[in-house]
Ligand binder design. Structure first.
Ligand code: DGY
Length: 335
C-alpha cells in the first residue's frame, strides 16, 4: 500500500513539509505565485489531501474535481477561502491554524498603529529622498498613542491581544463585537459599546473580525462618516471588510486622518491603485503573521491537521468535526 497523495499549494516552512513528507506522497507547487486555477484543478484530481493557503479558493467545483479528497488543511487562521459547508456535505474535513499567530498578529497590528500615528514611513521616505536638512519643530507631527482611545471592531483572540498591548500604552479601549465578552471587560479593563459609538469615540479603529457575509464592507461610507476626522483605521483582518472606494474617499476628503492596512480589497492591490500613493495610507503585503517562528508553527499545525484527516482522526484544529466519518472521510482508503 502506497502513501496518501497530497498537494501543497506553495512552499511552506520545513516544520510542516518534513512531517508531510514522512507520511505522504507530496506534490509541492514551488512557484512564488499561487497555482493558477486550471493547474490546481488538474493537479489535485487524485489528491487525498490538500494543504491550501488563503490565496486558493476551495469551492464545490474544486471539491468535485478531486473525488478522493478527504481533508483540506488551510495554513491560516482565516478560512473564508474555503466553502466549509460544501466540504461538510461531502464529508471532507477542513482545518485551520488558530492560536499560534495571535500574538504575532497583534504585535503587527500595534506596529501599524504606531507607524501610522507617528508617521514612520513618511519619515523614512523623507530621509531617503535627501530632504532632511535640520531638526524641524513642525516636522511630521502626529497624534500621541499613549492615553488615546482604541476602538476594537471584533474581540476574538487577536483583538484581545491588541487590547493588552493598548493597555500597556495607557490607552482607553472600547470594543464592539456581536458577542459581548464580560470576562475580558473585567480582566483587560475594556468597555463594550455599540459599533457607532466605538467609531465615534476612538482615535484608532482596529479591525479584528473574520470575513463573512455580515462583515463584508462593514467599513463603508456610512461607517467612515461616524469616525473622528483625526482617527486612523488599522486593518489586519481581511481586505473586503473595508470597502476600498469608501476608504479612498474618506482619506482624500479628510473624513478620517489615516489608514494602515495589512490586507486590502482587492489583494494584492495593484501598485497604481490610488490608495498606494496616498501619504496618509500605509499598505504592507499581508505579513502580520510573518514571524519565522509563527509561520513555522502554522505550517506544523497545517501538517498535523492534514495527517489526522488522512488517518480519519479528528483534526487538532478542525472547522467541521461533523464531516468525520461521513462521505469521503468514511470511504475505504486505497493507500
Ligand atoms: C491568517 O492566518 O488568516 C492570516 O491572514 C495569515 O496569517
Amino acid at each position: 500500500m502506497g502513501k496518501p497523495k497530497v498537494y501543497v499549494t506553495r512552499l511552506i516552512p520545513d516544520q510542516g513539509l518534513d512531517l508531510i513528507r514522512q507520511f505522504c506522497d507530496m506534490t509541492l507547487w514551488q512557484d512564488d505565485l499561487p497555482p493558477p486555477r486550471d493547474v490546481l484543478l488538474r493537479e489535485t484530481h487524485d489528491a487525498d489531501g490538500l494543504v491550501s493557503l488563503l490565496t486558493d479558493s476551495i469551492d464545490p467545483e474544486l471539491m468535485d474535481a478531486c473525488p478522493k479528497l478527504r481533508v483540506v488543511s488551510n495554513m491560516a487562521v482565516g478560512f473564508d477561502n474555503i466553502n466549509v459547508s460544501a466540504a461538510t456535505e461531502r464529508g471532507i474535513l477542513a482545518g485551520n491554524t488558530p492560536g499560534v499567530l495571535t500574538e504575532t498578529t497583534a504585535d503587527f497590528a500595534f506596529a501599524l498603529l504606531m507607524a501610522a500615528a507617528r508617521r514612520i514611513p513618511e519619515g523614512v521616505a523623507y530621509v531617503k529622498a535627501g530632504k532632511w536638512q535640520t531638526w524641524g519643530p513642525m516636522l511630521l507631527m502626529g497624534p500621541d498613542v499613549h492615553h488615546s482611545t482604541l476602538g476594537l471592531v471584533g474581540l476574538g483572540r487577536i483583538g484581545a491581544e491588541m487590547a493588552k498591548r493598548a493597555r500597556g500604552f495607557d490607552m482607553r479601549v472600547l470594543y464592539y463585537d456581536v458577542f459581548r465578552r464580560e470576562d475580558l471587560e473585567q480582566s483587560l479593563g475594556l468597555t463594550y459599546a455599540p459599533l457607532d459609538d466605538v467609531l465615534a469615540q476612538a482615535d484608532f479603529i482596529s479591525i479584528h473580525t473574520p470575513l463573512t457575509p455580515e462583515t463584508h464592507h462593514l467599513m463603508n461610507r456610512d461607517r467612515f462618516s461616524k469616525m473622528k476626522s483625526s482617527a486612523i483605521l488599522i486593518n489586519t483582518s481581511r481586505g473586503p471588510v473595508v470597502e476600498s472606494d469608501a476608504l479612498l474617499e474618506a482619506l482624500r476628503s479628510g473624513q478620517i486622518a489615516g489608514a494602515a492596512l495589512d490586507v486590502t480589497e482587492p489583494e494584492p492591490l495593484p501598485a497604481d491603485h490610488p490608495l498606494v500613493s496616498l501619504p496618509n495610507c500605509i499598505i504592507v503585503p499581508h505579513i502580520a503573521s510573518a514571524s519565522a517562528a509563527t509561520r513555522g508553527q502554522m505550517a506544523e499545525i497545517a501538517a498535523r491537521n492534514l495527517i489526522a484527516g488522512l488517518k480519519g482522526e479528528p483534526l487538532p484544529s478542525g472547522l467541521n468535526p461533523d464531516a468525520l466519518g461521513h462521505g469521503r472521510s468514511a470511504l475505504p482508503k486505497d493507500w
